[in-house]
Ligand binder design. Structure first.
Ligand SMILES: *Cc1c(COP(=O)(O)O)cnc(C)c1O
Length: 417
């Protein structure tokens, strides 16, 4: 770890906080940050050669693991022909087609370079479609860092944009119903992570999503599912297929790029054709639909269709959940595990965790000890209590067992906090 520390210090002279995305700074676990030099399968390595079994999985993007051979082969052959072509290519058509086939509500797709942009465009479309301006979001959700969706949660955004945002507790149907009934005429959209992944994992009651669908339909409000994480992770059709609740617009990112930067927004022909050049809602991008990214995305979605990993991931996820619960119990440390399929969060609490308020009541010192001791034993999880542990198709039963074994020490250490 010594050389890691040294390079971490050097890095801070050129990068703000040593990172390009704050969570990577390990401040939530009060530890020096790790720099990774490469990854393969489920293994990641720092420049000094320390290796870990990776459970960050590219923050969910790498459902096939690091450098999957099929994706790599595609990337290699694309590399020699497909730098930005400057015009449309067959690959964007093909990736869009793969998504439309898999996801129930997609008729048209527009590609962006990030999930942030996808969510930004989704609400722009909703505002144009409805002629209204307010957006209802849920506390603890993350929909990227566009001004509209980050208003009132970071410095540097005009207060007036905060007035356009209604922020309600996740899963609080009464609050949502009241807000919608009182302000329907000014609400353009409700945007929600159909499984929350950015305050740790919270799986909502299906009834909550069903009721949001009912209320938004009744009041002419668009329902946007942010499936940047859940898309192609909870199944090929994402959360909407799994729960049978159908949004008007859906945003994607992470998995659909096969490990390269991407975002997408999709929905009905009627709404999507409001986008330029068919309509007058602008979105464009130099790198939007980048042919290299389109092909790694295609290779990934095809591989997911050919060898769907979801049943196996469910089994491994359940094994990990049960093993961790046993170890925590043995250490006498109360925890809650929120899990769906291959994504889960361990909350240090003796009560259910259903919204941001309950997330913030959890013991973060214990989480930090747990995460840090796991890391000392070769298990790398997100260095924050507000993130999800992600499994990939490359994780084996033996990887899960190693995690569970390492967690014995880690829970003991957490218990002393
Ligand atoms: C990661 C994420 C985003 C933002 O995607 P970027 O590609 O990082 O801009 C949006 N929504 C959710 C739910 C995410 O997890």
């Amino acid at each position: 770890m010594g050389s890691n520390l040294a390079s971490a210090k050097k890095v801070q002279h050129v990068l703000v906080g040593g990172v390009n995305s704050p969570v990577r700074a390990f401040r939530h676990v009060q530890a020096p940050f790790v720099i990774l030099a490469h990854g393969a399968g489920v293994s990641v390595q720092d420049p000094a050669g320390h290796t870990w079994i990776d459970f960050i999985s590219g923050w969910g993007a790498l459902i096939l693991g690091h450098v999957h051979p099929v994706v790599l082969r595609t990337m290699r052959s694309a590399l020699s022909r497909n730098w930005p072509l400057g015009l449309s290519s067959p690959y964007e058509v093909e990736l869009a087609r793969l998504m439309i086939e898999a996801v129930p509500t997609l008729q048209r797709v527009r590609f962006t370079v990030s999930g942030t942009e996808a969510c930004m465009i989704a609400i722009r479309l909703a505002r144009a479609a409805t002629g209204r301006s307010k957006i209802l979001v849920f506390q603890g959700a993350y929909h990227g860092h566009s001004d509209s969706l980050m208003a009132a949660s970071t410095k540097g955004i005009p207060e007036s944009l905060g007035d356009e945002l209604l922020r309600l507790p996740y899963q609080d149907l009464q609050a949502a119903e009241q807000a919608i009934q009182q302000q329907a005429d000014s609400i353009a959209a409700v945007i929600i992570e159909p499984v929350a992944a950015n305050m740790g994992v919270i799986v909502p009651q299906i009834e909550f999503l069903q009721n949001l669908r009912r209320l938004t339909t009744a009041h002419g409000i668009l329902l946007i599912f942010d499936e940047v994480v859940t898309g192609f992770r909870l199944g090929l059709g994402g959360a909407q297929e799994r729960f049978g609740v159908l949004p008007d617009l859906t945003t994607f990112g992470k998995i659909i790029g096969g490990g390269l930067p991407i975002g997408a927004v999709g929905g009905s022909e009627q709404i999507m054709t409001l986008l330029a050049p068919e309509g007058n809602v602008f979105h464009g991008g130099t790198f939007a639909g980048h042919p290299l990214v389109m092909q790694t995305g295609m290779a990934t979605l095809k591989e997911l269709k050919r060898h769907p990993p979801y049943r196996r991931l469910e089994r491994l996820g359940a094994q990990l959940e049960q093993g961790l619960l046993l170890q925590a119990n043995r250490s006498g440390v109360p925890i809650q595990i929120n899990r769906i399929g291959s994504m889960l969060t361990v909350f240090f609490s003796n009560r259910p965790v259903r919204n941001e308020e309950e997330v913030l009541l959890c013991n973060r010192v214990r989480f930090a000890r747990w995460a840090n001791v796991l890391r000392e034993q070769g298990i790398l999880i997100p260095p924050s209590p507000f993130e999800a542990i992600f499994l990939s198709a490359k994780h084996s039963e033996s990887d899960i067992k190693k995690f569970i074994v390492a967690s014995a020490h880690a829970f003991d250490a957490a218990g002393k906090a």
